[in-house]
Write a protein that binds this ligand. Sequence first.
Ligand SMILES: [Zn+2]
Ligand SMILES: [Zn+2]
Length: 247
Amino acid sequence: MDILDILFPKSCVICSKHGDYLCNRCKKLFKKSLPECYICRKISPNYLTHKKCAKISSLDSVAVLWEYNELSSTVLKKYKYGGVLDIEDTFLELIEKRLSEIKESIILGSKTLVSPVPISKNRLRERGFNQTEKIAEVISKELNRTFMTDLIMRKNSDSIHQSLLSKEERLFHKEGFFVPNGNLLKSITDILIIDDVITTGSTLEQITKCIKKVVPKMSVKSICIFRGKPFYKKEREARSLPLNQRN
Ligand SMILES: [Zn+2]
Ligand SMILES: [Zn+2]
């Protein structure tokens, strides 16, 4: 046994079982997402945005690996802020394995560049590294595509006191968070953006807009690790619950 394993015995971040940061039983609790259209969230083969849905989005396809829920949010937090005893290797291995199951159904050009959602220089200083960058690197290897950072930069937002701004002003500043690296982007035709979790989707949309300002014909796709379940599934589940358990 490794001396580190004796000094810092590993245990599952979900159920505390000794052995690994994620035990085999808890790994199986990750709920796999189905191929769906990123906008309407109905099933769509190859994760493509439907033609009619593409009117409100400029992303060609968005593939999600798992559902975002209590379990996945715990694992993601441990990965992002875990410190020394983190679950990095276990988590990245899990991503690699899940991606190998679905990669054949993601349509990618042979020259697609894989790029993470950037974080600002201030955030980078705080955290030491960009966690999404490591995920993007693993994904690029599994997909056999070139990995590249710095295609888009994120401005520091610290100078803006968010609470003092109106809703419209906040939105304006948010849109202005990304800056394209024009010289690099002009030599590229396909980009795959990697993000850890989709909430509103506004980050991906802003990045896509920012890229298309420089290269309007760029094909922009994305792989995200987690996303909450679609609203229509939530409704269906709520309807199947006994009345006293509905909220
Ligand atoms: Zn466990
Ligand atoms: Zn759709």
